[in-house]
Design a protein around this ligand. Structure first.
Ligand code: HGY
Ligand code: MN
Ligand code: MN
Length: 416
């Protein structure tokens, strides 16, 4: 029993057509028209398999195969939203692997004693609102309906308004929260997005832990003025302050934290953003991650002091806001062992590893037993048009997901 790589590739090529920037990577934000088209395509495929589909108030798609079985389902899936100009595999390959797994189980008439539930999480990347894993945080009760009314995008629209405009029944989100052990387990196949598997010459990663993260928004306000007529000693320049904070944050992650700690400033706004104007305001986002909480805290503790000094030195006003966080999680040994068994049975060239990227699986880990399967990212590239995984690795990863799900869901108790 094997997956059909052709079907997966056909689905992949069809879905990546739904893309705002076809000349430069993949851009498919949640709640966009590209997202709508991708959802419609995938829900058509789920309908063809006789799956019962539900879309919750934040936009997570939950589709059940063999819903008639009254036992907790085995959940598989990932996300289909992307970063701006991202790659074509991040998230999507995990959804297509899950869809193909169900197709094969149906084709092969595998006796299931638990339903298989395909989930597509909404807004995993946080591209709209800067909050990653929004759909899975809402599903698991980590974000409330009230908070959805205050988290806003750059145009000032709240999550609540954007979801309403997308036709979702947002008011229902709290009633739709998943309860502990409502599902038996969850397995997410995902690209590694790093270069460990490639460097170690492995084709499968079995994830043991997922990094935690904190995202801060720092706002520095100064005195906007003419670039030519304002003497250097009379300036209150927030860009100078920002450059000091950004440099120190990188330095703190490199020298004051743990070898596994990372910190990034990838998003910055400057107002009025004119070459001949000393800025009025500079706003930037700091993404700090580590599998060990102490690594994150080592950088966070420095942040407040660095901002205080930069503010004072440049006569600025400053504000630091924590806009998103997730704890690092250890994945389920039950599921890890099952994936390892399936990997050994398939003669897979695997290794156990941690994930530096965050995933919806991390949000699900406190309501069910979670496991993740990684496939290599060539040159470790991701969140970039250069993101690439080989057909061989895609096939091996998808077959391993199929084998693991089959071993989990078919202990030969019920015919379906
Ligand atoms: O940022 C991440 O780690 C994920 O790709 N959203
Ligand atoms: Mn992803
Ligand atoms: Mn991503």
């Amino acid at each position: 029993m094997e997956i059909s790589l052709d079907r997966i590739l056909t689905d992949l090529e069809n879905v990546i057509q739904f893309n705002k920037t076809p000349q430069n990577g993949c851009t498919r934000f949640s709640y966009s028209k590209e997202d709508r088209m991708a959802r419609d395509y995938l829900m058509t495929k789920m309908n063809e398999l006789g799956m019962s589909i539900k879309v919750d108030g934040i936009g997570n798609i939950r589709a059940k195969f063999c819903e008639g079985l009254q036992t907790p389902s085995i959940m598989i899936g990932s996300h289909i939203d992307t970063v701006e100009n991202g790659g074509k595999y991040d998230g999507l390959i995990g959804v297509l692997a899950a869809l193909e797994t169900i197709r094969v189980l149906k084709e092969e008439k595998v006796e299931l004693d638990q339903p298989i539930e395909l989930i597509i999480f909404a807004e995993e990347e946080g591209s709209n609102f800067g909050v990653t894993m929004l759909g899975s945080k809402v599903l698991t009760g980590k974000l409330t309906l009230e908070q959805l009314k205050s988290i806003k995008n750059e145009t000032g629209l709240s999550v609540y308004e954007v979801c309403k405009n997308f036709g979702l029944n947002v008011d229902a989100v709290e009633a739709e929260q998943i309860s502990k052990n409502e599902v038996d387990s969850m397995i997410e196949l995902h690209i590694e997005q790093g270069a460990v598997l490639e460097n170690e010459k492995k084709s499968i990663g079995i994830v043991q832990a997922i990094a935690g993260m904190k995202t801060f928004k720092v706002t520095l306000e100064g005195d906007s003025n003419h670039a030519g007529t304002t003497p250097m000693n009379l300036r209150a320049d927030p860009m100078v302050g920002a450059s000091k904070v950004i440099t120190h944050i990188q330095n703190a992650a490199k020298t004051l934290a743990l070898p596994t700690t990372v910190a990034t400033v990838g998003k910055i706004f400057c107002e009025p953003n004119m070459a001949n104007v000393i800025p009025k305001k500079v706003e930037f986002f700091i993404d700090i991650r580590d599998v060990e909480l102490e690594g994150i805290e080592a950088v966070v503790n420095h942040l407040t002091e660095i901002v205080r000094v930069a503010t004072k030195e440049n006569s600025l006003k400053s504000h630091i806001e924590l806009i998103g966080k997730s704890n690092s999680v250890k994945l389920s040994s039950r599921i890890i062992n099952l994936i390892v068994e399936a990997a050994i049975a398939s003669d897979s060239n695997y290794m156990k590893m941690n994930s530096g990227a965050v995933h919806d699986s991390a949000m699900m880990a406190d309501v069910t037993d979670v496991g993740m399967i990684f496939i290599p990212s060539i040159r470790g590239k991701s969140h970039s048009p250069e993101e690439f995984s080989t057909l061989e690795d895609i096939k091996a990863g998808c077959n391993l997901l199929l084998k693991t799900v089959k071993s989990l869901a078919s202990k030969k108790i019920y015919k379906y």
